[in-house]
Design a protein around this ligand. Structure first.
Ligand code: ASP
Ligand code: MG
Length: 332
């Protein structure tokens, strides 16, 4: 039986060849430590927004420029990685054009089509990423997240919600674990944000949903740890861009982290904590640009310092003081 670890890399973490070098080193490190890594990736930075933009343009029958920019961004990354974009991504670019044309013809985009188009962001980034890792000598296998993660049927949800903000259960999934155990490759690379519905259609877990995907995979596999690699060193006592004396929080409990994530810090998606809390899986926040930093560890163990105010989050028109473990969100 493998010792699973889930590593999630966000949009900026998959945006350059240098970041992918770091990803490769981290994967290698985990394999050496005896883990089997499942690597969950976001779309390249800003690509999901640009795909939304392309959908809006396609409704006006004018998506060519938007699609060309998306293609160009991936060609640039492929060139930086020394990879052949046409061979690796050509079919995906064609598929995007076909989908956009479908929208342009009827001047409307239903949620099912929107989900298919947005899913291409993560499919593109992982297609490039896995080829790069293999070229660096890693035994890495690409997996389609839609074959691994099925959304729960929700008869009360409208179509938009079912396709664009679906939810999945976070129970231990021995069948998934057995399937991944039987998949070749020391490291498995898959997409965040996307899943399938019971009918087999592509669905999304809501914008920013890659953290949630990673947490769901960690929960379902009963992974030993979840690592979320992002563009900052971890969770802070306040927004470091606004408060000079903001301090990095080294250790947090799940509830404290939930309060901070829910009240404004953009480090973690608030939906990603519950699945790991339920299974007691430690979550490490790490910084891809500074892999030497320890980051923030979120776990069931005692946190930094004594009880008291842990962090302050500011929102325009509203200031919220977040307190330890009292579950006081929205009580003030
Ligand atoms: N790429 C998706 C988004 O930007 C999901 C994610 O990165 O978390 O919303
Ligand atoms: Mg994110």
């Amino acid at each position: 039986m493998s010792r699973w670890i889930v590593l999630k890399f966000g949009g900026t973490s998959v945006a350059t060849a240098a970041r992918w070098q770091t990803i490769a080193e981290e994967i290698r490190g985990r394999i050496t430590e005896g883990y089997r890594p499942l690597v969950v990736c976001s779309a390249v930075e800003s690509i999901s927004n640009r795909l939304e933009e392309a959908i809006a343009r396609a409704i006006d029958g004018d998506h060519e420029t938007a699609l060309a920019a998306i293609e160009e961004r991936h060609r640039r990354l492929a060139a930086e990685m020394g990879l052949d974009a046409d061979a690796l991504l050509g079919k995906r670019f064609e598929e995007l054009r076909r989908l956009a044309l479908g929208i342009a013809l009827i001047r409307d985009a239903n949620p099912r089509l929107r989900a298919r188009i947005l899913a291409e962001g993560e499919l593109l980034s992982t297609a490039l990423g896995v080829a790069f890792l293999q070229r660096l000598g890693l035994d890495a296998t690409w997996c389609d997240a839609r074959e691994l993660l099925e959304a729960r049927p929700d008869p009360d949800a409208n179509e938009g919600r079912r396709y664009l903000a679906a939810s999945c259960h976070a129970d231990f999934d021995p069948e998934l674990r057995a399937r991944l155990e039987g998949t070749a490759g020391e490291a498995l690379i898959t997409q965040g944000f996307i899943a399938r519905d019971p009918a087999g259609d592509t669905v999304l877990l809501g914008r920013g949903g890659s953290d949630t995907s990673a947490a769901l995979f960690a929960a379902r596999l009963r992974a030993e740890r979840l690592e979320i690699w992002t563009d900052g060193p971890g969770m802070f006592t306040a927004n470091p861009r606004q408060v000079e004396s903001a301090r990095l929080l080294r250790r947090l409990g799940y509830e404290e982290a939930q309060e901070i994530a829910t009240t404004g810090a953009r480090v973690l998606h608030p939906r990603c904590l519950e699945p790991v809390r339920r299974h007691g899986i430690p979550l490490h926040i790490r910084c891809t640009a500074q892999p030497g930093l320890e980051g923030t560890v979120i776990s069931a163990e005692a946190s930094d310092g004594a009880a008291g105010v842990k962090a302050i989050s500011a929102r325009t028109g509203l200031t919220l003081v977040s307190m330890e473990t009292l579950g006081m969100w929205q009580q003030g």
